[in-house]
Design a protein around this ligand. Structure first.
Ligand code: BES
Ligand code: ZN
Length: 833
């Protein structure tokens, strides 16, 4: 961790007045910022953050001052021979800057409408890119008010955090002045302008809610708008504080680096996270839209109203929003069974990353802001959300909610740290919250409980779970955690806080522990207990989340050499009647993990009859086409089943897929839920240039961001070397947006015939990737990770290390270590089993 200077210690801005003139044709802007604040001690110098701005002039308290910028530090120092007295200070700076396509700071989105090229200009300031738009103290605790005024082309729609106060036009330009914002952090300021339109609605508390998109896509914002209004109503009540602004806009931008961004009152999204078009949006994508909308709206309270003190507490923002998004969507759509999906998506993903020796604690010290992006990962988000779910269960829902409302009220328009949350919750609970939670946020990893059942009693021990046996051997003494032990099959519960212990649960037979996978831990049972549970699964006597947890733990323990792969497979046999989608996600995922280690075609062939038998009953039950009376969950399950059946080369499935593909003239001819399987099967079976060309034509003609993702998976799926090469060469072409590049690379690595070529491509184009995504650590770190997931040889590990030793990896050292660890543990698993 590098130490960083906090500018807020010397200068405390109270208000910013920002006047910007923007020229979308020249991709440039110029303006003036007035900062009023408090200087904390007498000084000749005042320092602000800036990046890539050209400073024209500066005054302090109306006197001209000299300016000096430091590129390395992103700093602008204003100097004078006279000392400025501590206390009130007024700074005025005029400057100009460039709008570039990096998707942070002020950046363009390009799109076509009625045959014409169009442009939207928008902003992305989190985590520390406000400094690319105006000189400021760009730190989350440096909260101030903002008065924004924008001069833009006359015909454009212009949106910012607050409502429009006034609008004036002259010379084909207009100047829009916005209401003063509440006291808030710089990273939450935002604006968007260009050719777009909207639909609108109102909440119960009369907040005006609008959903904006490019003209062609505006009709697809209805679903998101409905969800937004309902979520705002829900959060108004849940948090006991009404949404603090008069309006709330949600905007879909054609170019967007992350998934979405919670700018106060001016939420921005990538199109695939906001638009729902029944013809192109699969059910899974529709759920995703609901979750993202709920997530960003939750931040309006948790993040915007109360903000983390510093990036070290990022998990507070992101972990919490990732939990509460499920709470809201579950409230809106109870039959989607979102909490079951939480376990397969967030919980398992969090445990997945946290299984590595190279994981990190939830509370992660951050020095230099360039380290920030690397913690926007499965630990901050998924583990963060999972331990909040565990705490919610531990406290009970009503105490938890009251504590939260109290926390928000106590710290509103200010900042907070993790301990402030525990204190506020403790105020509303008789439980010791900090005592319970500290181990979960400060220690890396999570425990596995070894449980041996005899005479109505479990004998217990706990230690950190590490998936790599090589890493496990290095551990001398493991940490312990306070583990909430309970079961769905008896009413006792206890907190197991030692290395060893006993738990008398008074049942004759062993019971599955960790009811509904609420606790963030794994359980390793004795083999008699497992046999007993297998019987319960087969007889339909174990609930969905318990089945899923039991199966997943048993495969994860096998990978870690703490159990046998054959035992996990035997347990899987008892799942032959399984009909729940979430359990199938785990079954399919674990089978795919097994398959990924099989480098010979022979082995893969041998696996097919086993999988075929497992999917047969569900295939019969679900078939290809939706029927009106089926459940939401079954519609979600269908693609999983069909793709497993397609993998086993089920003749009827392959035939049907091929006939559907050949009759397609455009993507919309097939249901979006099964389109991916139709494509993938055609690609595998036909493997020819005509198929490739057809898919590329679909890609170029599609205006749906979701469909483009599906198509990129198909186009990168060929076996033929030339077609793999052609697909790779598309990545840098104008047909693929920068925001899609990561998908193309990920899918290409996932194609086992293409992974070697993709690795060569990655090495050859690393500099290009560095140029485009160098500052976007979240994207750039994903590339080594994609590679690390699909190779399992010692030779590759050496090559991987050698390559990343030879390039600049500042900020992505940890993901590289995580990837190496993954490769080596797969080598080990393969050799062992
Ligand atoms: N605050 C983040 C967006 C963000 C992430 C901005 C990293 C800058 C750097 C936002 O609230 C978020 O978490 N977005 C997620 C989607 C969410 C539903 C998990 C994303 O972008 O993936
Ligand atoms: Zn978030």
């Amino acid at each position: 961790m590098t130490d960083v200077k906090h500018l807020y210690k010397s200068l405390k801005p109270k208000s910013y007045k920002i006047e910007l003139g923007l020229d979308p044709d020249k991709l440039s802007f110029g303006g003036r910022v007035l900062i009023s604040g408090i200087l904390t001690s007498d000084s000749n110098e005042v320092t602000l953050h800036t990046a890539d701005l050209k400073i024209r002039s500066a005054k302090i308290n109306n006197f001209d001052v000299t300016t000096k910028t430091s590129k390395k530090e992103d700093e602008l120092t204003l100097r004078s021979d006279l000392k400025f007295k501590s206390g009130k200070i007024d700074i005025e700076i005029t400057y100009s800057g460039k709008i570039n396509e990096n998707m942070h700071g002020i950046y363009p989105s390009n799109f076509a409408h009625e045959g014409k090229n169009k442009i939207l200009i928008g902003t992305q300031f989190e985590s520390h890119h406000a400094r690319e738009a105006f000189p400021c103290v760009d730190e989350p605790n440096a909260k101030a008010t903002f008065d924004l005024s924008l001069t833009t082309p006359l015909e454009n729609e212009v949106v910012a955090n607050t409502p429009v106060k006034s609008e004036e036009s002259s010379n084909n330009k207009k100047t829009t002045v916005f209401d003063t914002t509440p006291v808030m952090s710089t990273y939450l300021l935002a604006f968007v302008f260009g050719d777009m339109s909207y639909i609108e609605a109102e909440t119960k508390n009369n907040v005006q809610v609008r959903a904006y998109a490019t003209p062609e896509n505006t009709e697809h914002t209805q679903f998101a708008l409905d969800v937004a209004v309902k979520c705002l109503d829900f959060f108004d009540e849940y948090f006991e504080i009404p949404y603090p602004l008069d309006k709330c806009d949600l905007l879909a931008l054609p170019d967007f680096a992350a998934g979405a961004m919670e700018n106060w009152g001016c939420l921005t999204f990538r199109e695939s996270a906001l638009l729902v078009d029944e013809k192109n949006t699969s059910l899974g994508s529709k759920q995703w839209v609901a979750l993202v909308v709920a997530h960003e709206l939750a931040h309006q309270w948790f993040g915007n109203l109360v903000t983390m003190e510093w990036w070290t507490d990022l998990w507070l923002n992101e972990g919490f929003a990732s939990w509460v998004e499920y709470l809201a969507v579950d409230e809106l759509f109870p039959d989607w069974k979102m909490w079951e999906q939480f376990v397969t998506d967030d919980f398992m993903r969090g445990q997945g990353l946290d299984s590595l020796a190279n994981s990190h604690p939830v509370e992660m010290s951050i020095g230099d802001p360039n380290e920030i992006r690397s913690i926007f990962d499965a630990i901050s988000y998924n583990k963060g959300a999972s331990i909040i779910r565990m705490l919610h269960a531990y406290m009970g829902p009503e105490d938890f909610r009251k504590g939260l409302a109290h926390y928000l009220d106590k710290h509103k328009y200010a900042n907070a740290k993790t301990s402030d949350l525990w204190n506020a919750l403790e105020d509303k609970s008789d439980k010791k919250i900090a005592n319970f939670m500290t181990a979960w946020t400060s220690q890396t990893g999570f425990p596995v409980v070894k449980a041996t059942f005899s005479d109505s009693k479990f004998e217990l021990s706990q230690s950190r779970y590490l998936i790599s046996p090589i890493e496990l051997k290095k551990v001398k003494k493991s940490d312990t955690w306070p583990i909430p032990l309970d079961t769905n099959y008896s009413s006792e519960s206890t907190l197991f806080d030692n290395e060893h212990g006993n738990w008398n649960i008074k049942t004759k037979q062993p019971t599955k522990l960790n009811s509904d996978q609420t606790g963030f831990y794994m359980v390793s049972y004795d083999s008699d207990s497992i046999k007993h549970f297998a019987g319960s699964v087969a007889k339909g006597k174990m609930n969905t989340l318990d089945r899923l947890g039991l199966l997943n733990d048993s495969f994860q323990l096998a990978k870690a050499a703490q159990g046998k792969t054959t035992d996990a497979l035997k347990l899987l046999d008892s799942f032959d009647g399984e009909s729940e989608g979430v359990v199938w996600d785990i079954m399919a995922g674990q089978l795919a993990a097994l398959r990924a280690t099989m480098e010979t075609e022979e082995l893969r062939e041998l696996m097919k009859p086993y999988v075929a038998e497992l999917v047969e009953p569900q295939l019969k039950r679900l078939g290809w086409d939706k029927n009106d009376s089926e459940s939401h969950i079954d519609t979600l399950l269908r693609p999983t089943i069909l793709s497993q059946a397609s993998f086993t080369e089920n003749r009827a499935v392959v035939k049907e897929a091929l006939s559907r593909f050949s009759s397609m003239e455009k993507p919309e001819d097939q249901d979006p839920d099964i389109r991916g399987i139709v494509y993938a099967t055609a690609v595998r079976e036909l493997n020819d240039k005509a198929t490739f060309d057809k898919l590329v034509k679909f890609y170029k003609n599609s205006s749906s961001a979701q469909e483009k993702v599906t198509l990129s998976s198909a186009i990168t799926g060929f076996k033929h070397t030339d077609l793999i090469e052609k697909a790779l060469s598309m990545i840098k072409s104008k047909d693929v947006r920068l925001q899609e590049v990561a998908y193309w690379i990920a899918y290409s690595f996932m194609n086992r015939h293409a992974k070697e070529q993709t690795w060569v491509w990655l090495k050859e184009n690393w500099q290009w990737l560095e140029d485009k995504f160098g500052k976007d650590i979240m994207t750039i770190q994903s590339f080594p990770k994609y590679a690390g997931k699909v190779f399992s040889s010692k030779e590759f590990a050496a090559e991987f290390r050698e390559f990343f030793d030879s390039v600049d990896t500042a900020g992505i050292e940890r993901p590289i270590e995580q990837s190496l660890e993954t490769i080596l543990l797969l080598v080990d698993w393969k050799e062992r089993d």
